[in-house]
Design a protein around this ligand. Structure first.
Ligand code: UD1
Length: 365
């Protein structure tokens, strides 16, 4: 069974890695790795291939950055040629980025079955580009692999047949559990002159937080207060870096003496940074899940989450972009009153194994 596995952006790499590994263990499955090139910087792509020991992509589409329409369309045009040449039995897509929907849409028009990993997550906020990508991808995919029961419920509510849905657990957690020991040897704390539990780790890149100057400044003001109590370390995303320049915020940031911006980190260094932190501030999707497994308190700077299990079972708290709430929840943690969580079902390192077994049991040819 020839399977094209698609990656495009940073959060895809750690999801596909364990799936490729499990496919390789099964002689009947032949995985091929396609990288759309949505993310292309060394820090956003190559570092992850190295850290995760992902094989170099068999096929690289090199689409790069552009508006949503141009980026999605470019991926479709290039991926169509790949499908015509490779004639795969299945396409596997992960997550919710533009590469996910672009490749799904292209494949289904050739009647090639699509498996969507991390299906059924919903923020119910259609202003998020990822929410549109999730809904569309799920509605036309053939195999929907979910990380939690909420996702199954969402899909059933949207009228998707029960037979297509498989609750298998979380592949991103497979990767985390596999690499946590290796990450513990990372020298990143030493390099950044940090002591365990003596800092908060921050990531911030959502358009809703950084593309509007007023919102971005409000959030920065919250960080300005928090850094008076604890050091904040911020591996910066290229989108955010651009906005700081554009909005002329460099001076403001320079005045925050305990707020340290560093280049975006690779997988192992970031895992180490997160796991030794006092708490994490983020607007990422995946980091809400990773902190739940690591039992590190997580403050999410978004109004909603498509991963509610990280709030109901994990260590996550949703605060939006409200300055007072961000400060209040951070101070609580600094004072030692943090939220304790538990590990969701099937976040056990075996999700990819379950997926590969299910695919093997299907007669796709
Ligand atoms: C994308 C995903 C988002 C994910 C995020 C993780 C979509 C709709 N969004 O958002 O879900 O959380 O990736 O990073 O697919 N850039 C570089 N170098 C790169 C990549 C991007 O400089 O390697 C810059 C470009 O100027 C680009 C901007 O960052 O315009 C945004 O990149 P893009 O891929 O459009 O979206 P992300 O914000 O990264």
């Amino acid at each position: 069974m020839k399977i094209l596995n698609v990656v495009g952006a940073r959060p895809n790499f750690m999801k596909i890695a364990p799936i490729i590994d499990e496919m390789k263990k099964r002689s009947k499955l032949t995985p091929i790795l396609v990288h759309t090139g949505q993310h292309y910087d060394k820090e956003m792509s190559k570092l992850f291939f190295d850290d995760l020991k992902l094989p170099p992509p068999d096929i690289y589409l090199g689409v790069g950055s552009a508006s949503h329409a141009v980026q999605t369309a470019k991926i479709m045009v290039k991926f169509e040629k790949v499908l015509l040449k490779e004639k795969p039995d299945l396409v596997v897509v992960v997550g919710d980025v533009n590469s996910t929907i672009a490749c799904t849409l292209t494949a289904v028009k050739f009647f090639i079955p699509v498996a969507h990993i991390e299906a059924g997550l919903r923020s119910f906020d259609r202003t998020m580009p990822e929410e549109i990508n999730r809904i569309l991808t799920d509605s036309i995919s053939d195999y929907l692999f979910t990380t939690c029961h909420d996702a199954n419920k969402n899909l059933l509510k949207e009228g998707i047949s029960k037979d297509k849905i498989h609750f298998v657990g979380n592949v991103m957690i497979d990767t985390l559990l596999k690499h946590i020991k290796k990450a513990s040897h990372s020298g990143i704390l030493k390099k950044l002159n940090l002591q365990p539990k003596d800092y908060a780790a921050l990531t911030l890149h959502r358009p809703s937080n950084v593309d509007d100057k007023k919102v971005f400044v409000r959030i920065l003001d919250a960080f300005g207060e928090i850094q008076k109590k604890i050091k904040i370390v911020f591996p910066i995303h290229p989108r955010t870096k651009k906005r700081i320049e554009e909005f002329g915020l460099n001076n403001k940031i320079r005045k925050m003496k305990n707020f340290k911006i560093v280049d975006a980190l690779g997988y192992l260094d970031f895992l180490k940074l997160m796991s030794e932190s006092k708490f994490v501030l983020t607007d990422s999707g995946g980091i809400q899940e990773e902190t739940t497994i690591l039992k590190i308190p997580c403050i999410t700077l978004r109004e909603t989450t498509e991963r509610p299990i990280t709030v109901t079972e994990g260590t996550n708290i949703i605060v939006g972009s409200n300055k007072e709430k961000i400060i209040k929840e951070s101070l609580k943690i600094i004072k030692g009153k943090e939220k304790k969580g538990k590990i969701p079902k099937f976040w056990d390192g075996k999700a990819a194994e379950r997926i590969a077994n299910i695919l093997l049991s299907k007669d796709l040819r």
